[in-house]
Design a protein around this ligand. Structure first.
Ligand code: SAH
Length: 230
């Protein structure tokens, strides 16, 4: 995983005087997330390691450690750090899943956070340009345990299924059946569901005896989960 490369990147920017991207600013974000109720120390530590300013364009770098969503082009956004932390915490569920599928690579920020926490991350994106930028970015930052796919994630990513966990970073009106099918027997799916103005974050757990159990973690706002590739 890319811990050394990440530290070097931060030091490099700091020495150029970009104080808004220093690791101290990132630590302040971690403390804010802790105050907001994120309790899994592994998640906080991972967020503390990922240089979020490397995932947005130059003009937005000074905004990167504020707790808000930011545009990444193609009408998409990098999620708010609190939402990334909440979804990641729900995905881990206090356990240690090994193989995770992320639907909606976007900037690759959530991918990088997951990469610090699990053995292998599989991530799919329907916009080719975003997949390619994220792939190059994560390689440059030293992340090695990520497999990128250019695919419609409403169909899951069957070649590598089943997954211990699936995290969807775009919201649709329902839970795609293919995603539940591609979960391991006790796997869990974290996904925003509902109409654009009334989405909520759902955790769907597959039960060993068959069937699923669903929990609702409250209101969220995500870009739409769309079919097909562009
Ligand atoms: N996890 C991203 C969030 C990006 S926004 C990050 O940290 O930056 C959500 C992303 O989901 C967008 O890039 C969008 O193109 C993608 N998306 C929407 N529907 C999709 C689908 N069916 N399959 C794969 N990706 C999808």
């Amino acid at each position: 995983m890319g811990a050394r490369a990440v530290t070097d990147v931060v030091r490099h920017h700091h020495s150029r005087g970009l104080g808004m991207t220093s690791s101290r600013v990132r630590d302040a974000l971690v403390e804010e997330l802790r105050r907001q109720g994120i309790a899994d120390e592994r998640v906080l530590e991972a967020i503390g390691k990922v240089p979020r300013h490397e995932f947005v364009e130059e003009a937005l770098k000074s905004e990167a450690y504020r707790n808000r969503a930011l545009p990444i082009g193609h009408a998409q956004t990098i999620s708010q750090p609190y939402t990334v932390a909440l979804m990641t915490e729900a995905l881990l569920g206090g356990g240690s899943p090994r193989r995770i599928l992320e639907v909606g690579t976007g900037s690759g920020y959530q991918t990088a956070v997951l990469s610090h926490l699990v053995e292998t991350v599989f991530t799919v994106e329907r916009i080719r340009a975003l997949t390619e930028t994220a792939r190059t970015r994560l390689a440059t930052l030293g992340y090695r345990n990520v497999h990128f796919g250019y695919a419609d994630g409403t169909l899951g990513w069957s070649p590598y299924a089943p997954y211990d966990g699936i995290l969807v970073t775009a919201g649709g009106s329902e839970v795609p059946a293919a995603l539940v099918d591609q979960l391991a027997p006790t796997g869990r799916l974290v996904i925003p569901v509902g109409p654009p103005q009334a989405q909520s974050l759902r955790v769907v757990e597959r039960r060993p005896g068959g069937g699923t159990r669903e929990r609702d973690l409250g209101a969220v706002t995500f870009v739409p989960l769309l079919s097909g590739k562009i």
